[in-house]
Design a protein around this ligand. Structure first.
Ligand SMILES: Nc1ncnc2c1ncn2[C@@H]1O[C@H](COP(=O)(O)OP(=O)(O)OP(=O)(O)O)[C@@H](O)[C@H]1O
Length: 460
């Protein structure tokens, strides 16, 4: 077995140091020794020590062990995850208990039994490694939750419809009410979910999201509630579900309308009771979450069609925020164009003026892909414009033609470029299905994943 761990032995008796070193070096990767506890601080600065075997008395006549406690405290202030095993020739149970109470991992009496010392050090090493792993995970989680809870971009709007959205959002964000966000693809549902989290009292806690459109049928329960090792063939170890990960924070279920009916059964009770049971487990776990869901499906209709449970809809839509399509709030277009021009001019180091004719073309266009499409259109225009003005005629396909004519242009074959034809088909399908990506993908014979890859590719 590969030797592991760096052990530091601190004892004023050099015979003890030598004996312990000879024994431990057969089992551990690196052994450091010092007879002077004042050296410890420097050693910890230069080495990644996992375990310290620390004498409790350094003055010949001292037998109280208080010195050991002093150094123990100092070491933990410097490196909290280090495991410290205290040793003394004057052992007694009281001292052992006090050592543990003061944060020692274990205690050995001198002279030691070799087997006993090896076991104590091996256990302390495992303990230290667990602590290091937990520290690393908690740092990761902190970083992740900070990154994830950052609003991805500014949330803009000046139309009456968007002012109404902001008003509802401000009122609802402060409560723990379940919120359902509806709207076509690209209208800003995910952005809204982030804004809710950022304005809630949970802002410093995790924002955990799950795209229900991307989870395969049999894995829903495990994704949401976690599973216990052995719960099913592939469950090789315990797994924490999204509900638990979001504890204290916000759980965002995107594309909630894509959840298969048979997988919806356990969700209403979990939401109602804020309690989940991992697959294969029998202990319910309390979870303190704020639930935000989003969909571009008309869920009441899905209920009528027998595709969505009514009790689930009632649980998730305490407050509903509907994001209107961009074509219904054209007053927002100049603001958004300005915003994305700033972003992309900075990104591509360009300085372009926006001619009034370009702005009016942008305002007249129907934006089936909503704000996402607008952002991508501006980005392409900034890259492709050759003069000192933003030129949009390259990037907006037949911008002034009405939507019906745009889809007919498919039949005219003014080009045989497959990419252009594919783009047009996707735009037409999105238009036809009011921006509903799932429905458009289905109509085009694509999976949602393949559809999203194409939307990304074409910047739609
Ligand atoms: N009001 C807005 N202000 C600024 N940017 C916006 C706004 N609305 C949407 N966006 C931007 O448009 C893009 C699409 O937004 P988002 O992903 O939130 O839409 P969505 O409704 O969740 O889409 P889908 O249903 O396809 O997942 C993002 O880059 C987002 O930052």
């Amino acid at each position: 077995m590969e030797k592991q761990g760096t052990i530091l032995i601190v004892d004023d008796n050099t015979d003890v140091l030598l004996a312990a070193k000879l024994l431990l070096k057969q089992h551990h990767k690196k052994i450091l020794t010092t007879d002077n506890p004042f050296d410890v601080e420097g050693l910890l600065n230069t080495h990644q020590v996992d375990v310290i075997l620390l004498d409790m008395n350094f003055n010949r006549d001292a037998i109280s062990g208080q010195e050991g406690f002093y150094w123990l405290k100092k070491i933990h202030t410097q490196v909290p995850s280090i495991a410290v095993v205290l040793m003394t020739a004057y052992s007694d149970v009281k001292l052992a208990v006090e050592a543990i109470k003061n944060g020692a991992t274990d205690f050995v009496a001198k002279p030691w039994q070799n087997d006993q010392l090896l076991t104590v050090i091996a256990t302390a090493l495992a303990h230290a490694q667990d602590k290091q792993a937990i520290n690393q995970l908690s740092r990761q989680t902190q970083g992740l939750s900070q990154a994830l809870s950052q609003p991805q971009s500014e949330f803009l709007g000046q139309s009456d419809a968007m002012l109404q959205v902001f008003d509802t959002l401000n009122k609802a964000a402060k409560t723990d009410a379940n919120i359902l966000i509806t709207g076509e693809s690209g209208t800003g549902k995910e952005l809204t979910a982030h804004a809710i989290h950022a304005q809630s009292t949970r802002a410093h806690m995790p924002f955990i999201s799950l795209d229900m459109g991307a989870v395969s049928g049999s894995l829903f329960e495990s994704e949401l509630f976690g599973h216990k090792k052995g719960a099913f063939t592939d469950a090789k170890m315990d797994r924490v579900g999204r509900f638990e990960l979001a504890h204290g924070g916000t759980l965002f279920l995107d594309e909630v309308g894509n959840m298969p009916l048979d997988q919806q059964v356990k969700l209403p009770a979990a939401i109602q009771n804020r309690q989940i049971t991992p697959v294969g487990g029998n202990q319910p776990i309390d979870v303190d979450i704020r639930l935000v869901c989003a969909t571009n499906d008309a869920l009441p209709q899905s209920v009528v069609d027998g595709q969505f449970r009514q009790d689930l809809l009632y649980r998730i839509n305490t407050i509903e925020i509907n994001l209107p399509p961009l074509r219904e709030r054209k007053e927002d277009i100049p603001l958004l164009v300005d915003h994305y021009m700033n972003i992309y001019q900075q990104k591509y180091r360009r300085e372009l003026a926006l001619p009034p004719s370009a702005l009016s073309t942008l305002c007249e266009y129907s934006w089936p892909g909503n704000v996402r499409e607008l952002a991508h259109t501006i980005e392409r225009a900034v890259i492709l414009s050759e003069g000192s003005e933003l030129a949009i005629h390259h990037v907006l396909i037949a911008p002034n033609t009405p939507a019906s004519a745009q889809s007919n242009s498919l039949l005219e074959y003014d080009t045989f470029d497959l990419d252009v034809l594919e783009q047009r088909a996707i735009r037409a399908a999105l238009k036809h299905h009011q921006g509903n990506v799932s429905h458009a993908a289905k109509a085009l014979g694509l999976t949602r994943g393949a559809m999203y890859r194409r939307l990304e590719k074409y910047g739609l």
